[in-house]
Design a protein around this ligand. Structure first.
Ligand code: NAD
Length: 491
């Protein structure tokens, strides 16, 4: 891989930008070219868009090996996990758009109220225009290409910035996309925060950001300067509640899978566990067995498992391992795992019991393979613990009773919820995927992605003899009578 080079910005006073192959003025040049192209793309029909999506799909399949190798180089992610979490969902998202874009694009006729008698109404889906997509490192391929597919289906041009923390994957994304698109349609900008900052100055028609909550606030503030609409796909602490009646073996298996997938570096990973005191031992016993069966290894040998990846970099390794020390200092017990090795940013699958709500592990999003267990006496106490924190991206409930899951759903808020499993809601493209407040704004996947990258334009067509004329002045007593009757009976 070529090292990122420092490109000195002009003496315009702008920040020095760390890029691969472009200068700050390239951003403006490409933005202007895309602006022009976007006017052309407004006229594109479903056949053109399907053709582009098919080319994108073929490119993903063609580059599958390179994508696997890149992710292994970036944080030792296994090819199997790359196929399951990067390639498969990306192809599924592209296929869904190929299958449905014709229908999605069609203007939708809607009812017209009697006050506009004779008029017709429809919603027209127009492309937003030039869009910026900023992607994170944790699923660096999927989280760059899935929103791109939605943006293309909706007829936009895209300037895409992959994460600098997974540079091999960013290289592959750039190579792959430059085979399919000219830069006036899709352009990739590799580089660090300064590149993102420079990009955010341009007056985009939409910004789609996936990343952390603090950076989401920066993106939203930058977008506000141009009144650009934003989709923020953020993170947070996604709780799992295990109810008294839950099947402990099933719960342990599913939670451990979700927690240790990508070594816990998943936005919708079950962050912490809420469980009745009496059930802790049974859960931990099942969780240990499951974890060992997944990685076919004793805890001290986890490093040998090809299916357990590493923490992405030394900074995150330091942050995640410090949560163990802090929690233990505040009374937590390491029920399982707890090994850390800085030489390759390895942290073993770890379960912590007796965790204090004051520990840092219960404040920050963990984003690593640590599962803190907190006990509760009543379901309301568990709900209170969740509601004291910002609204999470996901909330998981394990129970055999419908009444219990309904009770929890009605009294909490989260981007999405899975009952008796974790993470899988994002597999169904008929469900909107997104957060709420601190965990995000807006959503995507399937139709929701198409709508995110479209402007829903209202079009009302009135007949020659319009009843609305009655509302024109002068407001005679006859007109006021008609308005009074309409107010009472017809609206
Ligand atoms: P991050 O916020 O640090 O970085 C994301 C992107 O933003 C990167 O491309 C980065 O270069 C850029 N960036 C960083 N600082 C910036 C700044 N000051 N101004 C503009 N851009 C900036 O996030 P990350 O560490 O790459 O990813 C992990 C976070 O993303 C976690 O919080 C996780 O929960 C969240 N996430 C959310 C989803 C989702 O779908 N909701 C998916 C994956 C990850």
């Amino acid at each position: 891989m070529t090292q990122a080079t420092l490109t000195q910005a002009s003496n315009s006073g702008k920040a020095v930008i760390q890029t691969k192959s472009f200068t700050p003025s390239d951003i403006d040049r490409i933005f202007q070219a895309q602006k022009k192209k976007s006017l052309e793309l407004r006229l594109s029909n479903f056949k053109t868009r399907i053709l582009k999506l098919k080319k994108l799909k073929n490119a993903v399949l063609k580059y599958q090996k390179e994508i696997q190798t890149a992710l292994h180089s970036d944080f030792k992610k296994s090819p199997g996990e790359v196929d399951i979490t990067e390639i498969l969902p990306t192809i599924a998202e592209i296929n869904d758009a190929i299958r449905h874009v014709k229908h999605w694009m069609r203007p939708k006729n809607v009812m017209t109220p009697p006050t506009l008698l004779g008029a017709t109404s429809r919603i027209v889906y127009e492309p937003k225009g030039v869009c910026l997509i900023i992607a994170p490192w944790n699923y660096p391929f999927h989280l760059a290409i899935a929103p791109l597919a939605a943006a293309i289906a909706a007829g936009n041009t895209v300037m895409l910035k992959p994460s600098e923390f997974t540079p091999h994957t960013a290289d592959v994304i750039k190579a792959m996309l430059s085979e399919v698109f000219l830069e006036d349609e899709v352009a990739v900008f590799e580089g660090d925060v300064s590149v993102a900052t420079a990009l955010l100055e341009a007056p985009f028609d939409h910004i789609f950001f996936t990343g952390s909550t603090p950076v989401g606030k920066i993106v939203m503030a930058a977008a506000a300067k141009n009144l650009t609409s934003v989709t923020l796909e953020l993170g947070g602490k996604s709780p799992s509640i295990i109810a008294e009646d839950a099947d402990m073996k099933v719960a342990a298996e599913r939670i451990m899978w979700g927690k240790f997938l990508n070594a816990g570096q998943t936005c919708v990973a079950p962050d912490y566990l809420l469980i009745p005191e009496a059930k802790v031992d049974e859960f931990v016993k099942n969780a240990k067995e499951t974890t060992e069966s997944f990685f076919k290894s004793k805890p001290e040998n986890f490093t040998a498992s090809p299916d357990f990846c590493r923490i992405v970099n030394a900074k995150n390794f330091g942050r995640v391992s410090s949560y163990i020390e802090d929690a233990v200092k505040k009374g937590a017990k390491i029920a399982y795992g707890g090994e850390v090795r800085s030489s390759d940013n390895f942290i073993s699958p770890t379960i912590l019991t007796n965790v204090s709500l004051d520990a840092r592990i219960m404040e920050d999003e963990i984003f690593g393979p640590l599962l803190p267990i907190v006990t509760y006496k009543t379901l309301d106490e568990a709900i209170h613990i969740i509601n004291e924190r910002p609204k999470p991206l996901a909330l998981y409930v394990f129970t055999k009773k419908r009444s219990t899951s309904r009770y929890v759903i009605k009294r909490t808020s989260s981007g999405g919820t899975v009952i008796n499993d974790v993470i899988l809601h994002l597999v169904n493209s008929n469900l909107p995927f997104g957060g709420v407040n601190h965990s995000g704004h807006g959503s995507y996947h399937g139709l929701f992605g198409f709508k995110t990258f479209s402007h829903e334009r209202s079009v009302l067509q009135t007949p020659k003899a319009s009843i609305a004329k009655l509302m024109y002045p002068p407001y005679s007593s006859f007109v006021r009578l008609i308005v009074r009757l309409t107010t009472k009976f017809f609206v």
